[in-house]
Design a protein around this ligand. Structure first.
Ligand code: SAM
Length: 224
């Protein structure tokens, strides 16, 4: 028997309440998503908790994020890197960046987060050309057609042992369709093919259900 979407949401809420309760700053950041260009586009609380644990487990002090929105996931990762850590997050629109700045301030992590405004492909290229110190953890969560570009940039901006997470790789199951005409799904499939073809990478992907419906993420580790 299949559980309904309602029961996925109930279980998500139970896990969130039990294990990863949001403080006021996180709750407000999530609520502020309604004023962004992509309402409800942020990760769920349990996903935020996972990003935080991955950063802490990896001992990450330098994090790069593609796609800031209201800064919800940014707050989770900024708290995980600690006071000496740094998060660089790339965002297209000033509207979202302004909302994120206020949320980061409220969460007490604005001093360790830099929001770089503009198309992320160009911003990442500038970071590469500037010889930016490698990041320990990268979260790719911006426009999905550009996933292969962001993955290449992430590889140029990390070191062996770094972790990369790409969000939204299931897309209600559409990821399995080789004939898809959806550029977002194409972006996901191309990135997965690039990962599979790269002997320097080890990766897996997990499907998730919950408040965000049916989706999932890829977790990648650089071996070399
Ligand atoms: N990571 C955020 C979170 O979980 O709280 C959610 C990010 S939301 C799914 C995607 C974000 O990527 C949006 O804020 C959108 O404006 C941004 N975006 C879309 N295209 C972009 C681009 N070409 N360059 C940079 N950011 C982009």
């Amino acid at each position: 028997m299949y559980a309904s979407e309602e029961s996925w949401r109930e279980v998500d809420a139970y896990f969130a309440d039990t294990l990863v309760a949001e403080d006021a700053a996180l709750a407000e950041a999530r609520a502020s998503g309604a004023r962004t260009t992509l309402p409800r586009g942020e990760v769920s609380p349990v996903q935020g908790g996972l990003l935080s644990l991955l950063c802490r487990t990896a001992g990450a002090t330098r994090v790069l994020e593609f796609g800031t929105l209201a800064g919800y996931s940014t707050i989770w990762m900024a708290r995980a890197v600690g006071e000496g850590g740094r998060v660089t997050t790339l965002e297209l629109t000033e509207q979202n960046a302004a909302i994120a700045r206020a949320n980061l301030e409220r969460a007490g992590v604005a001093d360790r987060v830099e929001i770089l405004l503009g198309p992320a492909a160009g911003t990442a290229q500038r970071l590469i050309e500037a010889g930016t110190e490698p990041y320990d953890f990268v979260f790719i969560d911006a426009d999905k057609p550009s996933n292969p570009v962001y993955l290449r940039a992430a590889l140029a901006l990390t070191r062996p042992g770094s972790l990369i997470v790409i969000d939204n790789v299931v897309r209600n199951g559409a990821v399995t369709d080789p004939d898809t005409t959806d550029d977002r799904v194409r972006g996901v499939r191309q990135a997965l093919a690039d990962i599979a073809a790269n002997p320097d990478l080890e990766a897996t992907a997990l499907q998730t259900v919950g408040v965000k419906g049916w989706d999932g993420f890829t977790l990648i580790r650089r071996r070399a």
